[in-house]
Design a protein around this ligand. Structure first.
Ligand code: NDP
Length: 246
């Protein structure tokens, strides 16, 4: 199934990335789970993949570091010999109002959520060329489209990721590599579990479908975008947000 394709999922150990890793493995892809610090969570995800009869491995790496990602690429190619799919999912938030946000909060979020995708794409896309096709999906956010109070860093990073997606789609199309962005609204993960109850209630009141999304729902969309059925879709931003932005 899926010709033994190999996928790299950054931040694949938990939350949305974990759901994506599980979907890709269930559909027959071999999955490289990239995580930064929580090895136990990465191992848990790998065990789940194996219990489903899938194949994967875990790779500790910081997406902001060139040498870390070079090492991942080397190890993945040694192990499986090819790379077909890249999911740029690793992301963090460091929310503060503009006048309280210091340079470190800004840099950390921009480095992880935007520069990380640049580093991974730059180092990994070239290995898709010899396969005659490739798929890259960037996990952006509706916040990159509409902005949010307390998230000037995150809004800028995700808006940047959307621009990056379109530029890469144009550049890489000559090698039949598609590049798309998925922009989730509020999804139930550890990233959103830290929000105040009052804030969650306020967000819920603005979502037409009346609930937060599930990581598995985002993963199904990603699964479609990496499939052969999505071969004529590139440079698009697809919102998955219960109708929050329309
Ligand atoms: P989580 O906080 O649940 O998971 C984050 C993942 O990213 C973890 O696997 C973490 O690894 C990894 N990670 C963080 N920093 C780095 C780094 N520097 N290098 C490598 N890996 C790193 O996040 P979510 O699942 O909620 O979010 C996933 C993506 O979806 C993010 O890009 C986020 O912005 C986006 N998104 C999320 C929404 C939501 O409502 N949850 C809404 C819209 C977009 P470790 O645990 O080892 O640190």
């Amino acid at each position: 199934m899926n010709d033994g394709q190999v996928a790299i999922v950054t931040g694949g150990s938990r939350g949305i990335g974990k759901a994506i890793s599980l979907e890709l493995a269930s559909s027959g892809r071999r999955v490289a789970i990239v995580y930064k610090s929580n090895r136990d969570r990465a191992l848990e995800t790998l065990k789940e993949i194996e219990s489903l009869g899938g194949e994967g491995d875990i790779f500790q790496a910081d997406v902001t570091k060139w040498t870390d990602i070079e090492e991942v690429v080397k190890r993945v190619l040694t192990k499986w010999g090819r790379i077909d799919i890249l999911i740029n999912n690793a992301g963090i938030t460091k929310d503060k109002l503009l006048f309280k946000m210091d340079e470190e909060d800004w840099d950390e979020v921009l480095d992880t959520d935007l520069k990380g995708a640049f580093i991974c794409t730059r180092l990994i896309a070239r290995h898709m060329i010899k396969n005659g096709e490739g798929r890259i999906v960037n996990i952006a956010s509706v916040i990159g489209e509409i902005g949010n109070i307390g998230q000037s860093n995150y809004s800028a990073a995700k808006a940047g990721l959307i621009g990056f997606t379109k530029a890469c789609a144009k550049e890489l199309s000559r090698w039949n590599i598609t590049v798309n962005a998925v922009a989730p609204g509020y999804i139930d993960t550890e990233m959103t579990s830290i929000l105040d109850e009052s804030i969650k209630k306020e967000y819920l009141s603005r979502i037409p479908l009346g609930r937060f999304g599930k990581a598995e729902e985002v993963a199904k969309l990603v699964l479609f975008l990496v499939s052969k059925d999505a071969s004529y879709i590139t440079g698009q931003v697809i919102n998955i947000d219960g109708g929050l932005v329309m």
